[in-house]
Design a protein around this ligand. Structure first.
Ligand code: DAH
Length: 370
């Protein structure tokens, strides 16, 4: 460490570079000796306001420098200062033996937030898992679907209101195609029932989670894109009691064993008879509150026994490949189906009042499900 300040004789670039290289080396030498063990001594030595070496040298050299060299000198002093500051800020770059002393263990660590499943996915997994435990497997289908699978094979009459373009988002430029081949965004997961039955003979036990689309205006309970889980069970001797027992079990598994279910007559073109399933209000236990509109019950899903017309449509398709196919003959087999809205169930599970939260990407909302 040299303390005396040698006056500069020459101010051309080469001489300045040489002088500053010596100083940079000196910074490195003093850094190796003190920067990590005693950073304050290192700082005072170089940057001290009154006796700091940088200050003394710059005063001495600038004083004797010709005016045209002052800029070149200034630039080099700034670089030197940056080198000294960088040495002070980076204790980790100091020699290994003293690096440990450079770590301030009282500083907060770098927080890494691991990703979590989206609340809708979480609810989907929960529902699917309840049915996996009953021996169901999972099927998926396309979101861009044909009129045949989405409506025709599901026994929707030609002028059923659900086919109306008010509800259904259709793919453009399909008019030249036969009506059964026209493409649309699927309005429900039920078309995958048809795809599954065309592909496989009974016994069938599947759940179908997925995205569906409707030309609905978004409000607190509607979204043009939402999620459903469909179920289908087809075998010999499947009865309405099996449907009731299965869904009663599923609702208890999802909402707690105190929950009661009741089945209300309803209508869907692809089931006969059809029912809406209600559960006793999980907020008031059935006494009646604002959430259940003082009825004590919350409507949760649609279901029913597979309509023979659906089996007939499936059989007609399968016979195109095997004219003798009789696997879905409604005289021999029966089945039940059900469909539920994932958003609606997640909203009830978590007491969420606006469906829009699911799609907002607002971390304050999403973090609550971590
Ligand atoms: N697909 C119906 C809908 O989107 C829901 C549904 C009702 C599905 C009854 C079913 C069922 O499988 O049996 O409104």
């Amino acid at each position: 460490m040299t303390d005396e300040i040698t006056a500069l004789q020459h101010f051309d670039d080469a001489s300045l570079d040489a002088a500053f290289t010596t100083l940079a080396d000196e910074v490195r030498t003093t850094a190796a000796a003190t920067a990590s063990t005693d950073p304050e001594a290192f700082r005072l030595h170089w940057l001290g306001r009154k006796q700091g070496r940088l200050k003394l040298i710059s005063e001495a050299w600038l004083k004797s420098a010709p005016p045209e060299a002052k800029k070149a000198l200034g630039i080099r002093f700034n670089q030197l200062k940056q080198q000294i500051e960088a040495t002070l800020e980076a204790p980790a770059s100091a020699p290994a033996k003293s690096a440990v002393q450079g770590i301030d263990i009282t500083l907060p660590g770098t927080l890494r937030t691991p990703g979590i499943p989206h609340p809708l996915l979480k609810t989907m997994h929960e529902i699917v898992s309840v049915f996996h435990h009953l021996g169901y497997s999972t099927n998926l289908g396309p979101q861009v679907e044909s009129d045949f699978y989405n409506f025709e094979a599901l026994n929707f009459p030609e002028n059923h209101p659900a086919r109306d373009t008010q509800d259904t988002l259709v793919i453009a430029a399909q008019q030249s195609r036969p009506s059964r081949d026209r493409l649309l965004m699927r309005t429900h997961t039920s078309p995958v029932q048809i795809r599954t039955m065309i592909a496989s003979a009974p016994p069938i036990r599947i759940v179908i989670p997925g995205k569906v689309h409707r030309n609905d205006a978004a409000d607190a309970t509607h979204s043009p894109i939402f999620h459903q889980i469909e179920g289908l069970c087809v075998d010999t001797n499947i009865t309405f009691s099996d449907l009731k027992g299965t869904l009663d079990h599923a609702m208890k598994a999802l909402f707690g064993s105190d929950v009661k279910t009741r089945f209300f007559p309803s209508f869907f073109p692809f089931t006969e008879p059809s029912a809406d399933v209600q559960i006793s209000c999980i907020f008031c236990g059935g006494k009646g509150c604002r959430k259940c509109k003082h009825s004590g019950w919350i409507e949760l899903l649609g279901c029913g026994m597979v309509d023979p017309a659906v089996f007939a449509a499936v059989t007609a398709e399968r016979r195109k490949l095997d004219p003798a196919d009789d696997a879905h003959n409604p005289e021999k087999i029966t089945g039940f189906a059900f469909g539920m809205g994932v958003e609606r169930i997640a909203m009830i599970q978590h007491g969420i009042s606006d469906i829009g939260y699911f799609y907002s990407g607002d971390m304050r909302f999403l973090e609550q499900f971590a």
